[in-house]
Design a binder for this molecule. Structure first.
Ligand SMILES: [Fe+2]
Length: 641
């Protein structure tokens, strides 16, 4: 035991003796998006949960709490600003347990934004041994001050059986700093199945990870953590389950995949899962069921929707293909027409792989990389004909995306570059017609205000606003610079400019999705968003959003009697109309109306309306008895307080 270990040991004993809780896992980051992130950690004794956060490391003035007393802490931060560095600490309402200058995360860029993005990709890294430590240290030296934006794991993240203890060693104690600063996006491997089931989403893998099943990080909601989509800047990611979920083309996963990719418009599409469609390593894609089914069923959907890069593991080797399209049979069926570019893909070699169009255009080629040697290299024939290169070497992959260019690098455990290639999409650098630094919305009573700020504009004619009732559309244009002067662009500008658009006559409590498009003088468009919000009056809050009550109800005021204020809760069921016209009023004992608390159109749902004890002019009323009356076209009810 060295002196640092000894100090930690003494510290731990001291804390246990004094009863101060101790963080035994994390903090670690999950399901990050441009406006939200999940922070998780574990303590040795149960406490409530508090995250303190802010953009100034010396002033974490924002707080997010969960009163549940637990050892497994999970806090979701929402309302965050895109591409922004936040510092944070974790602990309880009583104490900060873990924090400091190395506790930070950077929110994702707005979907559609083109900026430099770095991924670190490991497959089958779960051995927890010295090789992985070396790989980690050499990567950290390689990336140096370049922030790792995404940390991707391709499955078999903790050997032998994906148990909680094995995850503690192979993941949490192996990558503590990275997990504090970068969101981890894991795929499910066969060894993870030793302690988890994807059909029921139970067990260690599903307990440890919080994955975006509701589309909260972009893409179409999968409804399960077993497979999911997310956006990061101008990249759309899909993570599939190749092990213990139906892989048939008519199954739920591939049906969702088709829907998700149909709605996708990102510059780049990257897919990842565990079992490789092409490999002759420690596994053979010609004979093993999962590998064959993923190749025959998933790959055609991905290619026909313009996938650019597919990352897998499982074979404990590094195998990287040419630019391929249409190879769905066994290795013996590969023909020359399926290899769109048989060069090395290197700018200083045969030249980068090129795809004619930026964005998801069908069948323009994809590169398939098996990065399954991050924890061990166990050989095999390594002769799959689709591969440009096959190596029996421990390593991990670095993927850098910058606008229309993707650079892929395979680093061994000493940090030496063993392979690399580049993909360039579109004829030339598309540049940035408009650089947006902010795009957010604010809810009002029956209206939503959209704000955005441009840092620079190039040939920008103006903006158009599109709206939908779902994230995946269809989006309908609701305003254009051609008719709305406030949406006219600056042409060319290097100074920051603010824009604002108010969308009126909306239904309170209903969720609206918005996209923004800039249009340059040649008619070229660039898309931003989507972002979403529900309008609501200042003194009303939705309760249990998404849940629609079966009948009308008005509940007794709570608290009652009250000092500073009281809440009136009411339920609105679904009707043939898309909304209810609602009025909630407060009356004195003579029946005179003293306050109109709610007056507007509300979507079906449950709401709480807060009355602060003032009249319509804002003057506090004398204490006494009051009546409240809720009226809709079909129903009315009242009560006394
Ligand atoms: Fe595996």
């Amino acid at each position: 035991m060295n002196s640092t270990d000894l100090a930690m040991d003494v510290e731990l004993r001291y804390r246990q003796a004094t009863g101060t809780p101790c963080v035994t896992r994390g903090p670690y980051l999950q399901s990050g998006a441009y406006n939200r992130i999940v922070i998780r950690w574990r303590t040795d004794t149960a406490t409530d949960s508090r995250v303190r956060y802010g953009t100034d490391p010396n002033n974490l003035h924002q707080i997010a709490d969960d009163a549940t007393v637990t050892t497994e802490h999970e806090i979701t931060l929402t309302g965050l600003t895109p591409s922004t560095r936040y510092y944070y600490s974790v602990g309880s309402s009583a104490t900060v347990l873990s924090g400091g200058a190395d506790h930070f995360f950077i929110t994702a860029p707005l979907p559609g934004t083109r900026k430099k993005i770095r991924l670190w990709v490991l497959g089958d890294s779960g051995t927890g041994n010295k090789d992985v430590q070396d790989l980690r240290d050499s990567y950290l030296a390689y990336t140096d001050t370049v922030h790792t934006d995404l940390f991707v794991m391709l499955g078999d993240n903790a050997y032998k059986n994906g148990s909680d203890d094995e995850y503690q060693v192979a993941l949490f104690e192996m990558f503590p700093t990275l997990l504090r600063q970068t969101v981890l996006w894991p795929a499910f491997g066969n060894h993870d199945a030793g302690n988890a089931s994807s059909t029921t989403q139970t067990g260690v893998f599903y307990d440890i990870f919080t994955l975006p099943k509701n589309g909260e990080a972009g893409g179409v909601a999968s409804g399960t953590e077993a497979y999911y989509a997310f956006n990061y800047g101008n990249i759309h990611f899909v993570c599939l389950n190749s092990h213990d979920i139906d892989r048939s083309t008519t199954g739920a996963m591939l049906t969702w995949l088709q829907n998700d990719l149909t709605a996708n418009s990102a510059d780049w599409t990257i897919a990842f899962w565990h079992h490789p469609p092409y490999t002759k390593g420690s596994h053979d894609s010609d004979v093993e069921l999962q590998l064959i089914e993923m190749r025959q069923n998933a790959v055609p959907i991905l290619e026909s929707n313009g996938v650019d890069l597919v990352l897998t593991g499982h074979s404990h080797s590094y195998e990287r293909s040419y630019l391929l399209n249409g190879h769905y049979g066994s290795s013996g069926t590969l023909t020359g027409t399926m290899i769109l570019d048989n060069g090395d893909g290197r700018i200083d070699g045969n030249g980068a792989y090129t795809k004619p169009t930026l964005g998801p255009v069908p069948n323009q080629g994809a590169v398939y990389a098996v990065v399954g040697s991050s924890g061990h290299a166990t050989g095999g024939p390594l002769n799959h004909p689709a591969m440009y290169i096959s190596l029996n070497q421990i390593g991990g992959a670095v993927v850098d995306v910058d606008s229309n260019r993707l650079d892929f690098t395979f680093l061994d455990k000493t940090g030496a570059r063993q392979d690399y290639f580049t993909i360039i999409k579109g004829s030339s650098d598309p540049g940035l017609p408009v650089e947006l630094s902010t795009f957010y919305s604010k809810a009002g009573d029956g209206e939503i205000t959209l704000f955005w700020v441009t840092q620079s504009e190039l040939h920008n004619q103006g903006f158009e606003v599109f709206r939908s009732h779902t994230s995946q559309g269809p989006y309908r244009q609701i305003a254009s610079f051609r008719t709305h002067p406030e949406l006219e662009g600056a042409g060319n500008s290097n100074v920051s400019r603010e824009y604002r658009f108010v969308d009126r006559f909306l239904i309170n409590g209903k969720t609206y999705w918005y996209r923004l498009e800039s249009v340059d003088f040649s008619g070229q468009r660039h898309r931003y968003g989507p972002i979403h919000l529900s309008p609501i009056s200042l003194n009303t809050i939705p309760i249990d959003p998404g849940n629609v009550p079966e009948r009308f109800a008005l509940y007794p005021a709570f608290p009652n009697p009250f000092n500073s204020g009281t809440t009136l809760r009411f339920d609105l069921p679904s009707t043939r109309q898309p909304f209810h016209r609602v009025e909630l009023t407060i009356h004195d004992v003579q029946g005179r109306r003293i306050r109109t608390l709610v007056s507007g159109n509300y979507a079906p749902g449950s709401y709480g309306a807060y009355w602060d004890g003032t009249d319509d002019r804002g003057t506090p009323v004398a204490s006494g008895m009051f009546f409240y009356l809720l009226r809709t076209r079909e129903w009315q009810s009242g009560g006394r307080m």
